[in-house]
Write a protein that binds this ligand. Structure first.
Ligand code: EPU
Length: 430
């Protein structure tokens, strides 16, 4: 029902204090069920995804209290509850509750997560890993039923360093008997943050942040307090928002090493970038140049920044080639950017971008979270008025997006516009 209305053409200048990481919070919110007692998470982004996840936890017996960005989750009494299919399908990480809930209560049933707009998103690595750890896994009439008579450590090799499978299996293994070794593990910062959380609860996880993670099973865990670290995707998005408007934006309260790929690509395109202990500043004083970008698992260029970066490159001088290697169809932004005057040709997972001198405002439709962010960035730089529809996708990943952008000088507002409601469904399953 709501849209963003943007009057483009203003440079963004200023500093953003970056909020907590959505994907870390979602992973940790699966693992909280492992420990009886009240876990307190601070700096949790209050987003539709984290709220849905909190509601799901309540279905299995957790008591959840939000206080701003603090989330208390009391998992003293967990039981075999029933999750509603809509919530499970709306956020992919609901599936990552299976292993930890099974470790805690022995038997869980959850609807299958399904595919989404950015690709098929299979769960085969998760299933293989859960079975290796001693779970019985069955798919009955669209629902996964998992149970165990006792989890045991195992050696698990992932065919691809999947962030979600690494997090799910790591969380499941902490209460297994014996040692689990995950090889070809994802080394994303969200995996390392989850391992810190698990260790804070009393788990023994070593090697997170490398491709081999070792988990020594423990008998029990304790609820704890944990601060969710800053969101590297939000940070990258605000840097790119500054860049596309020829502005000067500093993101603060972050780990600069998590921005390495974005920072290097911005520098290659001609931006000036400075870094300090907990901040990165990017400023653009002349037209950027076209560059090539290829998404890779961490520490490569993050797939989540591919679409916002493509928006920036639409206005760069010359040709850019942006290749998506993680997802089959993270391309929902292309057609919409072209409606704003961009010149992008796509071939499979590759976008060939011929830089144009300017974009023009248009009515465009977000198809997923990061495509939505890309369209907002384009609108900030475009001449005239842009209306971005389907902003419920954007609300999944950016708390107070329009407020933060407005503080940097953007003219953007959230407007109730039922007549402009988009046709896209609510399911993109980040
Ligand atoms: N894959 C499989 N089988 C599996 C699991 C994954 O083939 O069992 C494939 C996927 O289809 C994909 C690749 O492995 O092609 C990588 O997927 P991964 O499992 O790493 O992604 P994810 O854990 O499902 C998380 C983030 C995504 C982010 C990716 C990659 C969350 C909630 N989501 O997804 O975030 O793009 O890692 O870094 O943590 C977003 O925030 O916009 C978003 C989509």
């Amino acid at each position: 029902m709501n849209v963003f209305q943007i009057s483009g053409g203003r440079q963004l200048v200023g500093t953003v204090d970056v909020g907590g990481s959505k994907n870390t919070a979602l992973a940790i919110m699966s693992a909280v069920v492992l420990a009886p007692g009240k876990t307190v998470l601070t700096n949790v982004p209050n987003l539709s995804d984290t709220r849905i996840k909190a509601n799901l936890l309540e279905r299995f017996g957790a008591h959840v209290v939000w206080d701003g960005n603090t989330l208390e989750i009391d998992c003293s009494e967990m039981y075999q509850g029933e999750a509603d299919e809509e919530s499970v399908r709306a956020i992919r990480t609901s599936f990552y509750l299976l292993g930890p809930l099974m470790a805690r209560i022995g038997h869980v049933t959850l609807p299958a997560p399904g595919g989404c707009k950015i690709g098929a998103r299979p769960v085969d690595f998760h299933i293989k890993g859960l079975r290796a750890l001693g779970a019985d896994v069955a798919l009955n009439g669209g629902e996964y039923v998992v149970s165990t008579k006792g989890l045991r450590g195992a050696e698990i090799y992932l065919d691809f360093p999947s962030a979600g499978a690494t997090q799910h299996l790591m969380s499941t293994a902490v209460l297994a008997q014996g040692v689990t070794i995950i090889k070809n593990a994802a080394i994303e910062p969200e995996v390392t943050a989850l391992a810190s959380f698990l260790n804070r609860m009393g788990a023994r996880v070593e090697g997170a942040g490398t491709s081999t993670i070792t988990i020594m099973g423990v008998e029990k865990l304790n609820a704890c307090e944990f601060r969710i670290p800053a969101d590297r995707m939000q940070a990258g998005t605000y840097l790119l928002a500054g860049a596309i408007t020829g502005g000067d934006v500093t993101v603060r309260g972050i780990l600069p090493e998590e921005q390495t790929a974005v920072v290097n690509k911005l520098r290659e395109a001609g931006a000036d970038v400075d870094e300090g202990p907990d901040w990165v500043r990017a400023s653009v004083s002349k037209r950027l140049k076209g560059i090539n970008v290829k998404t890779m698992p961490h520490p490569g260029f993050p797939t989540d920044m591919q679409q916002p970066m493509a928006a920036v490159l639409c206005l760069a001088e010359g040709t850019s080639v942006v290749e998506e290697t993680i997802y089959e169809s993270r391309i929902g932004h292309i057609q919409e950017l072209n409606r704003m005057g961009a010149n992008i040709r796509s071939q499979g997972r590759t976008a060939m971008i011929e830089g144009v001198n300017g974009l023009r405002g248009a009515i465009v439709e977000a198809s997923d979270l990061r495509a939505g962010a890309a369209l907002v960035l384009a609108g900030l730089a475009a001449k005239g008025e842009t209306t971005v529809k389907n902003i419920h996708f954007i609300d999944r990943g950016y708390e107070a997006f329009e407020k933060t952008l407005a503080e940097l000088g953007a003219k953007i507002q959230r407007v109730h516009a039922p007549d402009l409601d988009g046709s896209m469904s609510n399911v993109d399953s980040e």
